[in-house]
Design a binder for this molecule. Structure first.
Ligand code: NAD
Length: 371
C-alpha cells in the first residue's frame, strides 16, 4: 500500500550506516505489525557522497530532502576526508541541508533513563527522572554574524572578530517553537541570554516576553542569564522543562545537559524549519548528536540507541505518531533495564552486546509491548 509519509534516509559515513540499519529493522517491524508505512528514499551524504557524487550534498539530494516530509540523518566525516579543503569537507553536507531547508530550531532532549542513572556525571538523586528539552537557535547569531574574521589593526596586531546579531523575527520564530513544545510538556519555558551585558540579549529577552504575552499566556516563562543556567543545570537540573537559547548559548548548554545524561550514544536531536502556512507542513531533520565515530566504525559495536531515539522524535514531531514514538522509547528503555549494553554504556554486571544484537532486542521488546 503506498504511504503518504515521505522519508529521506541519509546514513552518511562511519557508524552512520551501521546504526541506521537498526532503524530500518524498526521501520520494517512498524510496517508489519502496526501498518505504519513510509515512502522511503535513501541517499548519500558526507564523505560517501563526496566519493560518489563529488559533493558532500548534491543538488539532487537537496531536492529530495525538500520533497520529503522528514529527513533521517546518520553522521558524516572521517579521517579519509580530513585533509580536504574546507569547501570539500563532508561536514558541509549537514550544514547545506540545514541552510537549504531553513532549519532554525535545534531540539535536544536531555533525558536520563532509569537504567542509566549511574552513567550521569551527577549524583543519581539529582538526575533520576530528568527530562528537559533544549531549543537552540541554529541559523543565526555569532556563528554567522557579520563582521567576522581576523584582521591586522593599525598597531600591527592581529584582531579576531565575531558578531552576535539577531533580528526580532529570528528570535520570535524560535521562541514560538520553544513555547509550543513547553505547552505539550510541563508548560514551563526558561529563556536564557546575557541581557545584563549584551544588547542582543536585551532584545532576545524583550521579544520572547512579547511572544509569550501575545501568543502563549498560559505557558510559564522565566528568564535566566546563561551563566546562571549553566550553574543551575549542574546544581538543580530538574527545575527545567524547556530551555531556549541562542546558537552560542544553546550549543554550550545542550552539551552540558548531554553530560548529565551519560553517553553520546544515547542522545537524539531534531532540527525544525518554519511551518508552511499553505500546507501546514514543516521541514525537519533528525539525527543523533554523535558523529561518525571513526575509531569504532566497521566493528559492529556502535550504540544504535541515539539513532533509534532520533527516529522516535521523527515519528512524534513530523508525523504525530505519538503512540509509535513512545513504543520505540519504551522498548529502548526496557532493553537497557534488561541489562544489555553496548561498549560505550557498559556497566559492571551487565551484558556487553554489539549494534545488531541491541537492535534485535529493541524489536523483541516492541513485539512484547504491542502484543
Ligand atoms: P564522535 O561523536 O564521532 O565520537 C566521539 C566519541 O564517542 C568516540 O570515541 C566515539 O567512538 C564515541 N561514540 C560516538 N557515537 C557513539 C555510538 N553511537 N556508540 C558508541 N560510541 C560512540 O565525535 P568526533 O570523534 O569528535 O568526530 C568524528 C567525526 O564525526 C569527525 O569527522 C567529525 O567532524 C564528525 N562529526 C559529525 C557530526 C554530524 O554528522 N552531525 C557531529 C559530530 C562530529
Amino acid at each position: 500500500m503506498p504511504s503518504n509519509k515521505k522519508l529521506l534516509v541519509l546514513p552518511g559515513d562511519g557508524i552512520g550506516p551501521e546504526v541506521m540499519a537498526e532503524v530500518r529493522r524498526v521501520i520494517d517491524w512498524m510496517g508489519r505489525r502496526r501498518a505504519v508505512t513510509f515512502d522511503i528514499e535513501e541517499g548519500l551524504v558526507g564523505g560517501a557522497a563526496l566519493d560518489a557524487e563529488g559533493s558532500p550534498c548534491s543538488d539532487a539530494t537537496v531536492a529530495r530532502a525538500k520533497a520529503a516530509d522528514a529527513v533521517l540523518f546518520g553522521s558524516v566525516g572521517g579521517p579519509k576526508w580530513d585533509g580536504l579543503p574546507f569547501e570539500k569537507r563532508p561536514e558541509l553536507g549537514i550544514l547545506r541541508l540545514r541552510k537549504e531547508l531553513g532549519l532554525f530550531a535545534n531540539l535536544r532532549p536531555a533525558v536520563v533513563l532509569d537504567p542509566l542513572v549511574e552513567a550521569s556525571s551527577l549524583k543519581p538523586d539529582l538526575v533520576r527522572g530528568l527530562d528537559i528539552m533544549i531549543v537552540r537557535e541554529s541559523t543565526g547569531g555569532i556563528y554567522f554574524g557579520e563582521p567576522r574574521g581576523i584582521h591586522t589593526d593599525a598597531k600591527g596586531r592581529r584582531v579576531g572578530v565575531d558578531t552576535e546579531v539577531y533580528s526580532e523575527d529570528e528570535i520570535a520564530r524560535v521562541a514560538r517553537v520553544a513555547f509550543d513544545l513547553a505547552r505539550k510538556r510541563r508548560n514551563k519555558l526558561t529563556s536564557v541570554e546575557k541581557a545584563n551585558v549584551m544588547q542582543s540579549g536585551r532584545l532576545w529577552r524583550a521579544v520572547v516576553t512579547e511572544v509569550g504575552r501575545a501568543e502563549f499566556p498560559d505557558v510559564e516563562l522565566e528568564h535566566m542569564y546563561a551563566d546562571n543556567c549553566a550553574m543551575q543545570l549542574c546544581a538543580r537540573p530538574k527545575q527545567f522543562d524547556v530551555i531556549l537559547g541562542s546558537n552560542l548559548f544553546g550549543d554550550l548548554l545542550s552539551d552540558l545537559a548531554a553530560a548529565l545524561t551519560g553517553s553520546l550514544g544515547m542522545l537524539p536531536s531534531a532540527t525544525l524549519g518554519a511551518v508552511d502556512p499553505a500546507t501546514g507542513k514543516r521541514h525537519a531533520l533528525y539525527e543523533p548528536v554523535h558523529g561518525s565515530a571513526p575509531d569504532i566504525a566497521g566493528k559492529g559495536i556502535a550504540n544504535p540507541c541515539a539513532q533509534l531515539l532520533s527516529f522516535a522524535m521523527l515519528l512524534r514531531w513530523s508525523f504525530g505518531l505519538e503512540e509509535e514514538a513512545r513504543l520505540v522509547e519504551t522498548a529502548v528503555e526496557r532493553v537497557l533495564a534488561g541489562g544489555l549494553r553496548t561498549a560505550d554504556i557498559m556497566q559492571p554486571g551487565m551484558a556487553r552486546v554489539g549494534t545488531s544484537v541491541m537492535g534485535e532486542a529493541v524489536v523483541r521488546e516492541l513485539e512484547k509491548l504491542a502484543a
